[in-house]
Design a protein around this ligand. Structure first.
Ligand code: NAP
Length: 250
């Protein structure tokens, strides 16, 4: 007699702290087979506590083949809100193969009293918003967005990124660090470097919110890259909610 597995077989697209939190919950649930997937962009990624693979799938076709080969029955897209291509591929592959898809997405930050935000579509628009006069910029958009700022070498940039960027504007101080970052430390850093504007992404979540709160505290303007528009997908905001969704797929 063949027995079918009553549990979903999960593929978790990772690269965020929410994905790590869900992987920890899944590690405590050996009854739910699950594999995490990382893009392989970070030199020293945080190792997931469940089975994992690293590297692109090879577009939608590759992801479809992977889902079929590994008999995936529940797909969780816990990539970063700005990982637009991977999320679009997940939507398309899930549709083609007929696998249920959940997006695990931290809600975007919302402006509160005292915030001085300009919201822009992309890094090029952020460069425009900085203007022509030299400024002291705290730049935390991630290294992939940095090339756009080479076009504005008149500014000083305090760049913080997890891995070293390939090319930096001429007047730059680079800090290599991975969050979380506390508000008090962000205030000290921005004061020490006499920062007059913060440029960042609307990533959401608490791990990197300290700089937003620090800018508010220091009455500094923030140029915020808006999230890319993504397809309508069932969404969970926390790892716990995502686990509950996985359990319902059994
Ligand atoms: P992206 O532009 O949406 O994806 C580019 C390609 O990278 C995808 O088409 C896919 O290659 C591969 N890929 C992305 N995430 C993957 C995953 N979890 N597993 C396997 N392959 C993956 O993504 P990105 O913005 O470069 O982000 C790459 C990774 O860094 C993601 O895991 C994301 O969560 C994380 N991250 C991104 C940001 C950000 O601001 N963009 C910030 C923090 C962390 P194939 O087409 O070959 O499958």
């Amino acid at each position: 007699m063949t027995r079918t597995n009553p549990r979903p077989n999960v593929l978790l697209l990772g690269g965020t702290s929410e994905a790590s939190a869900l992987a920890r919950l899944l590690a405590a649930r050996p009854d739910i087979p699950a594999m995490a997937s990382l893009a392989g962009r970070t030199i020293n990624p945080v190792e997931p506590p469940i089975a994992y693979r690293i590297g692109g799938f090879g577009g939608v076709e590759g992801l479809c083949a992977f889902l079929e080969e590994h008999a995936v029955t529940a797909l969780v897209d816990a990539t970063h809100p700005f990982a637009e291509r991977m999320s679009a591929n997940a939507v398309e592959a899930a549709r083609r193969i007929g696998v249920p898809l959940l997006a695990l997405r931290r809600p975007a930050w919302q402006a509160v009293d005292g915030d001085r935000w300009s919201q822009v579509a992309d890094a090029e628009a952020a460069v425009q918003a900085l203007g022509a006069a030299p400024r002291r910029v705290f730049l935390t958009t991630g290294r992939l967005e940095l090339p756009a700022f080479l076009a504005a070498p008149q500014h000083f940039y305090l760049v913080r990124s997890v891995d070293p960027p390939e090319e930096l504007p001429p007047r730059t101080r680079l800090i290599l660090a991975r969050g979380p970052f506390a508000e008090a430390d962000e205030i000290s850093l921005m004061q020490e470097e006499a920062i007059d504007v913060l440029v960042t992404k609307n990533s959401g979540g608490s791990a990197t919110y300290g700089k937003i709160a620090a800018a508010r505290h220091l009455h500094l303007p923030v140029i915020l890259l808006r999230r890319p528009g993504t397809a309508e997908v069932e969404t969970a905001a926390t790892a716990q909610e995502a686990l509950a969704w996985i359990e319902r797929q059994g």
